[in-house]
Ligand binder design. Structure first.
Ligand SMILES: [Zn+2]
Length: 311
C-alpha cells in the first residue's frame, strides 16, 4: 500500500529519476501518499521543461539537483498540472527564471487555495517558498515545441479539480497525467467532478498511452488509467445506491467492499469522493466549491485518526 513507506516529516527526501522516454523522465517520490507527488522532466534542445515541482523546499531542491544532472541549465518552463500545493509550492525554487504555465482557472485557485495543505498539516517542514504563480495560462490546449520533442498540454475536466492539465508527448506516447491518474493510490475528486472524471479518464484511455506518469505513485501504463475508470464507475454506482438508501457518505464508505481497490493507498478518499458524488446527484455543477473543512473530519473518521502526510 502506498503512502506508508515514505520518509517522515523532516526526513530526507527519497527520490528516483526514471527514464520514461527519449529525453523524458519521471521524478518519482516513493510512498506517493498525501503531498508526496511526482514531477516530470522533459529535456529540450534549448530549454528543459518540468511538469510540476514538489510540496516542500527540501523536495524541490532534490528535484533541482536531479534535473541538474540531466541538464546544467536551469529549467525554462514549468507546467503546473493543477492548483494543489504539493504540485507547485516548489515552483519558487525554479521561478524565476522559469516561466510557469497552467490552466486559466489554476492561477486564481493557486493564489486562493494553493497553500491550504500547510494548514492541514502544520507540522511539516514546508520551507520558505514564496508564491510562484503562472505567467502563461491557456483555456483548452497549448503546444510547446522543445526541438527534439513536442509537449501537448490539454485541459480536461473539471475532474480532479477545476483546472486539470495533462502533458502528452505524442511521438513517444508518454502521458504526464497529474492527479487524474494515481497508480496504486485512490483517486480524489472532492474538488472536481465525478462525471467529469469519468469523461476525462475515458479521454486519456483514447490516447492509448505507452507510459503513464501519475501525480503520485509508481510509473505505470494504460492499465492504471483503465483501473481508475473502473474505480470511478464503481464509485458512481455506490453513490447512487447509497443516496437512494438515505445513507451518509461515511456510512456508505464504511460498508463498502473495496474489492480490487482495497490495496490502494489513501482509501479514506472514498468518503470525500462520495461527498462530491452526492453533491452532483443533488444538482451541483461540476467543480462547484465544496468546503473541504466539512469533509476532512469524515475522512479522518474512516481512517481512524489524523491523515498521515509524509512530505
Ligand atoms: Zn491534487
Amino acid at each position: 500500500m502506498g503512502g506508508g513507506d515514505g520518509p517522515g516529516p523532516g526526513g530526507p527526501p527519497v527520490t528516483a529519476l526514471v527514464e520514461v522516454g527519449t529525453s523524458a523522465y519521471a521524478f518519482v517520490q516513493p510512498g506517493g501518499g498525501w503531498c508526496v507527488n511526482n514531477a516530470g522532466v522533459v529535456v529540450g534542445d534549448r530549454r528543459t521543461l518540468l511538469v510540476d515541482t514538489a510540496a516542500t523546499k527540501a523536495r524541490a531542491l532534490a528535484l533541482r539537483d536531479a534535473v541538474a544532472a540531466l541538464d546544467p541549465r536551469p529549467p525554462g518552463l514549468i507546467v503546473t498540472t493543477h492548483h494543489h500545493g504539493d504540485h507547485h509550492l516548489g515552483n519558487a525554487v525554479f521561478a524565476p527564471p522559469a516561466t510557469v504555465v497552467a490552466h486559466d482557472a489554476a492561477r486564481p485557485e493557486m493564489a486562493a487555495r494553493g497553500t491550504a495543505l500547510r494548514h492541514v498539516w502544520p507540522d511539516v517542514d514546508w520551507g520558505d517558498l514564496p508564491p510562484a504563480l503562472p505567467a502563461v495560462t491557456f483555456t483548452d490546449r497549448l503546444t510547446i515545441r522543445l526541438g527534439r520533442c513536442t509537449v501537448q498540454l490539454r485541459h480536461l475536466g473539471p475532474a480532479h479539480t477545476t483546472n486539470d492539465v495533462v502533458a502528452w508527448l505524442p511521438e513517444q506516447r508518454v502521458l504526464y497525467a497529474g492527479d487524474l491518474v494515481l497508480p496504486e493510490h485512490t483517486p480524489f475528486i472532492l474538488m472536481g467532478s465525478l462525471p467529469g472524471s469519468i469523461a476525462a479518464t475515458e479521454a486519456l484511455l483514447e490516447l492509448e498511452p505507452a507510459v503513464v506518469v501519475g501525480g503520485h505513485g509508481p510509473v505505470a501504463g494504460a492499465e492504471a488509467v483503465a483501473a481508475t475508470l473502473r474505480y470511478l464507475r464503481w464509485l458512481d454506482a455506490l453513490a447512487r445506491a447509497g443516496r437512494a438508501a438515505g445513507a451518509t457518505p461515511l456510512e456508505v464508505a464504511r460498508c463498502a467492499d473495496l474489492g480490487e481497490f482495497a490495496a490502494w493507498g489513501e482509501p479514506e478518499r472514498l468518503v470525500a469522493n462520495l461527498h462530491r458524488a452526492y453533491a452532483e446527484l443533488a444538482g451541483a455543477a461540476p467543480g462547484a466549491y465544496l468546503p473541504s473543512a466539512a469533509v476532512f473530519p469524515d475522512m479522518e473518521a474512516y481512517h481512524g485518526g489524523p491523515l498521515p502526510c509524509h512530505a
